[in-house]
Write a protein that binds this ligand. Structure first.
Ligand SMILES: Nc1ncnc2c1ncn2[C@@H]1O[C@H](COP(=O)(O)OP(=O)(O)OP(=O)(O)O)[C@@H](O)[C@H]1O
Ligand SMILES: [Mg+2]
Length: 351
């Protein structure tokens, strides 16, 4: 392992597009100076090195029925990173716990227009989308506790597995190109019920966070089987495209063993960036913030930036999806074009 300061300096030197950092003084190695440097880098990201836009609008379902593996933390922090680095991003909180809404500082008390109204009621997504304080590029559809009843209420609804997909398709298609999101991230609850099923039908790819702990792989087979079933019967385009290792504790052998096992099993699907166990990551939601805005120079923050950068780079070559032949049915989101300019979202209130 090289010294972290050395690693950061060489990464900055290699960052040719970052003119403001090309003159980093060689003696820039006090921990506080390094942290300030990292923080500046994250907070002024979009001006230095915006992430590349994906080849098509990406709808990513963040799922793992195991609880507490970092689904919400990853959805929120990847979403904020993508937005800070210039990509329009929509986070949909599909968990009645409303943790993603909390972490993005979006109100989600009972009565707040939320994903429940779009899934079970007649609201459109544009009526339940909220701005976030993290970035004008980041919007959030919050979840309220009402969503806990949705699993049961949806049972009698027509095309109940397709509700979220239809809502996203209608929302994106109605936006002018230059305001369509580049990324839609869906945070799933820790179960394989009707809510997660809706998310698997709505997405064109799945991101699975895996905690670098004992039993990490247990239950994963069941999730993969479910994804196969959804592919066969409901959403032929869905595929696991990304695995993210979370809560890695470099002091334990176990974390390395789990990481190796996951890499052997999933190969290139696993992002090179690994999220360390970092107390700032767990503190941030308490302040209604992502770790990127709460402590931008922390290791948790920079590792989520790296993971998001990799995610974005891998998305560049994705081909746009085909629109359905004969113009029947809704056009999949991945077949819709989006504007090239990095124009922030505007919500209904700000128009
Ligand atoms: N890298 C990290 N370092 C330290 N703590 C973390 C890290 N990632 C997540 N946590 C903490 O671990 C707990 C579980 O994380 P999170 O809520 O993201 O998991 P989840 O999979 O969404 O859980 P659930 O299944 O309940 O929805 C939270 O308290 C979170 O703050
Ligand atoms: Mg969660």
């Amino acid at each position: 392992m090289t010294d972290p300061g050395e690693r950061l300096r060489s990464s900055l030197a290699a960052d040719s597009s970052s003119a403001s950092f090309s003159a980093v003084p060689a003696d820039f190695d006090s921990p506080i100076a390094m942290e300030a440097l990292r923080a500046t880098r994250v907070l002024h990201a979009a001006h230095q090195e915006p992430f590349p836009a994906p080849g098509r609008i990406r709808v990513i379902t963040v799922a793992n029925q195991k609880g507490g593996v970092g689904k919400t933390t990853s959805t929120v922090n990847l979403g904020v990173a993508l937005a800070l680095y210039g990509l329009r991003t929509l986070v949909i909180d599909l968990d009645p716990q409303g943790n993603a809404s909390t972490a993005l500082g979006v109100a989600h008390s009972v009565g707040t227009p939320s994903i429940y109204d779009a899934l079970v009621g007649d609201s459109t997504l544009s009526e339940v989308v909220h701005p976030t304080t993290a970035s004008p590029n980041l919007l959030c559809v919050p979840a309220t506790i009402d969503l806990a009843g949705a699993e049961i209420e949806l049972v009698s609804v027509v095309a109940r597995e397709h509700r979220l997909r239809r809502a996203i398709e209608a929302y994106v298609a109605a936006l002018p190109r230059e305001r369509r999101p580049h990324y839609v991230l869906i945070d799933c609850p820790p179960s394989l019920g009707l809510l997660t099923l809706n998310a698997l039908v709505a997405g064109d790819e799945v991101l699975i966070p895996i905690q670098c702990e004992y039993y990490a792989l247990e239950g994963l087979g069941q999730l993969l089987n479910n994804i196969d079933l959804v592919r066969q019967h409901l959403n032929p385009g869905i595929a696991v495209r990304t695995i993210l290792l979370t809560m890695y504790d470099g002091r334990t052998k176990l974390a390395d063993q789990v990481a190796d096992e996951v890499r052997n099993h999933f190969g290139d699907l696993v992002l090179g960036a690994v999220i360390p166990r970092n107390v700032r990551v767990s503190e941030a939601p308490g302040y209604g913030q992502s770790v990127l805005t709460y402590d931008p120079g922390s290791r948790g923050s920079t590792s989520y930036v790296e993971a998001a950068r990799e995610l974005a780079r891998r998305g560049v070559d994705l081909p746009p999806l085909d629109a359905p032949a004969g113009g029947t049915g809704a056009t999949p989101v991945g077949a819709l074009a989006f504007g090239e300019t990095a124009e922030p979202f505007r919500t209904q209130e700000s128009q």
